[in-house]
Design a binder for this molecule. Structure first.
Ligand SMILES: *Cc1c(COP(=O)(O)O)cnc(C)c1O
Length: 406
C-alpha cells in the first residue's frame, strides 16, 4: 500500500477545488497590532491584519501582558498537572470566580480552549443525562457538533435560528425526557445574531435546558462584556453559557458558566476536562486581567462598534457586496473559491493587507468570502487603504457590485 500517495491525492483534490488551506506565517508585534510581520518565501514584510479574532486588541494590552509577566515570574511556566492532580492553581480559581461573576452564575468551569469546552460539556451532558435528546441549531460550530456526536445522545438539527421549528420538534418529544437546546448568539461566519429570547421561551415551554455559545460575543456585547445574553437581560434564563478567552479577551482558554451543580457535574464526568493538563497560571492571570478590564471599560466596545460601522459605510458607498448583519463581523462576498483565494493573495502581495479567504467547508460552497473584522486599533488610514484596495480588485476582476443607494 502506498500511503504517501493516498495523502497526496487527497491533498490534490483540495487544491483542485480551491480549498487547500495555506497559513500566513505571522509574527505579532507587541503594541503595534493590527500590524504584524509576515514571513514568506521572499523574506519578511509588514502587513495589516484584517481578520483577527483578537477583536479588541486585548492580546496586546499592557494590563494583560503585565499580569501574565508577573504570574510567569512568580509561578513559573506550566500548571504542572491536570486540575485533579496538582494542576489547580490559585489563578484558575480566581479566573473561574471572575467568569461566574461575569455571567451572574453560581459557578464556572475552565477548559483549555473554547473548542474543548463545547466538546466536553455537550459530550458529557448528552451522555450522562439518561435518554437525553439534544436539539442543535443547523448553523452550530464544529466544536458543538463534535461534542454532540461524541455524546451519542439522540440529536435533532433544527432550522437555523428558527424557534418555530424548534417548538415543533420539542412538542413531539416525550415530556419526561431530558432535553438540551444548543445554539450560538453571534454566528461567526454570517455574523447574524440568534433570537435568544424566543428560543428561551420555547425551551421554557417544554422544560428544555438551554446551551448558548457566546464565543463571538463575550467581551464585545453587554454593559460588562457578558455577551449578547447580558445585553438583552437574558443570562439568568440560560442553563449553560459557553465562551472563549481566546478571542475578544485576547488570551486562550474556554469555559462554561451555570449552576454550581451543573458545573460540578461536568467537572466530575468530562473526560476532556479531567484528563488534560490545566492552562498555565500566567494564561489564567492574563485572561482574568482582560475580563476585569472589559467589565468596567466601555472604550474598547464603543470604538469597536464605531470602526465596524465606518468600514461598512465605506464599503457600501463603493458597492462592495457584504452580507448584512447586526454584528461586528463583515463578510465581503466573493462567492467563488478560486477568486476568493486570488483576491486574498493579491491584497497581501500588493497592499500588505492580510484577510484570509473563507472557503468550504467553513462556509457553504458558493458563499466564499473575505471575513473582515475591524478592531478599535485600525486607523482611518488603515480603513481607507483596505476599502480602496478592495475597490481596485473588484474593478480589475470585473466583480459585480451592488447598487449604491443615493
Ligand atoms: C472559535 C470558536 C470556538 C472555539 O473556541 P476556541 O477557544 O478558539 O477553541 C467555539 N465556538 C465558536 C462559535 C467559535 O467560533
Amino acid at each position: 500500500m502506498d500511503y504517501e500517495a493516498l495523502f497526496t491525492s487527497a491533498l490534490d483534490d483540495l487544491k483542485t477545488e480551491g480549498r487547500y488551506r495555506i497559513f500566513a506565517e505571522l509574527e505579532r508585534k507587541r503594541g503595534s497590532f493590527p500590524r504584524a510581520r509576515c514571513h514568506n518565501h521572499e523574506g519578511v514584510e509588514e502587513v495589516t491584519v484584517w481578520c483577527s479574532n483578537d477583536y479588541l486588541g486585548m492580546g496586546q494590552k499592557d494590563i494583560v501582558i503585565d499580569a501574565m509577566h508577573q504570574t510567569l515570574d512568580k509561578c513559573g511556566a506550566g500548571a504542572g498537572g491536570t486540575r485533579n492532580i496538582s494542576g489547580t492553581t490559585h489563578q484558575h480559581i480566581l479566573l473561574e470566580r471572575e467568569l461566574a461573576d461575569l455571567h451572574n452564575k453560581e459557578a464556572a468551569l475552565l477548559f483549555t480552549s473554547g473548542y474543548v469546552s463545547n466538546w466536553a460539556a455537550l459530550g458529557t451532558l448528552g451522555e450522562r443525562l439518561p435518554n437525553c435528546v439534544i436539539l442543535s441549531d443547523a448553523g452550530n460550530h464544529a466544536s458543538m457538533i463534535e461534542g454532540i456526536r461524541h455524546s451519542r445522545a439522540e440529536r435533532q438539527v433544527f432550522k437555523h435560528s428558527d424557534p418555530e421549528d424548534l417548538n415543533r420538534r420539542l412538542a413531539d418529544l416525550d415530556p419526561a425526557r431530558p432535553k438540551l437546546v444548543a445554539f450560538e448568539s453571534v454566528y461567526s461566519m454570517d455574523g447574524d445574531i440568534a433570537p435568544i429570547a424566543e428560543i428561551l421561551d420555547v425551551c421554557e415551554a417544554h422544560g428544555a435546558m438551554s446551551y448558548i455559545d457566546e464565543v463571538h460575543a463575550v467581551g464585545l456585547y453587554g454593559p460588562r462584556g457578558g455577551g449578547v445574553a447580558e445585553r438583552e437581560g437574558l443570562m439568568d434564563r440560560i442553563t449553560v453559557i459557553e465562551g472563549t478567552l481566546g478571542k475578544a479577551f485576547g488570551v486562550m482558554g474556554g469555559y462554561i458558566a451555570g449552576s454550581a451543580a451543573m458545573c460540578d457535574f461536568v467537572r466530575s464526568f468530562a473526560s476532556g476536562f479531567i484528563f488534560s493538563t490545566a492552562l498555565p497560571p500566567a494564561i489564567a492571570a492574563g485572561a482574568t486581567a482582560s475580563i476585569k478590564h472589559l467589565k468596567v471599560s466601555q472604550l474598547e466596545r464603543a470604538r469597536h462598534q464605531e470602526r465596524v460601522a465606518t468600514v461598512r459605510r465605506k464599503l457600501n458607498a463603493l458597492g462592495i457586496p457584504m452580507m448584512d448583519n447586526p454584528s461586528h463581523i463583515i463578510p465581503v462576498m466573493v462567492c467563488d473559491p478560486h477568486k476568493c483565494k486570488m483576491i486574498s493573495d493579491w491584497l497581501l502581495d500588493n497592499h500588505g493587507i492580510y484577510v484570509q479567504p473563507i472557503n468550504y467547508p467553513t462556509v457553504p460552497k458558493g458563499t466564499e468570502r473575505l471575513r473582515i473584522t475591524p478592531s478599535p486599533v485600525h486607523s482611518d488610514g488603515d480603513i481607507d487603504k483596505l476599502v480602496n484596495a478592495l475597490s481596485e480588485i473588484w474593478s480589475h476582476c470585473a466583480l459585480a457590485r451592488v447598487p449604491v443607494a443615493a
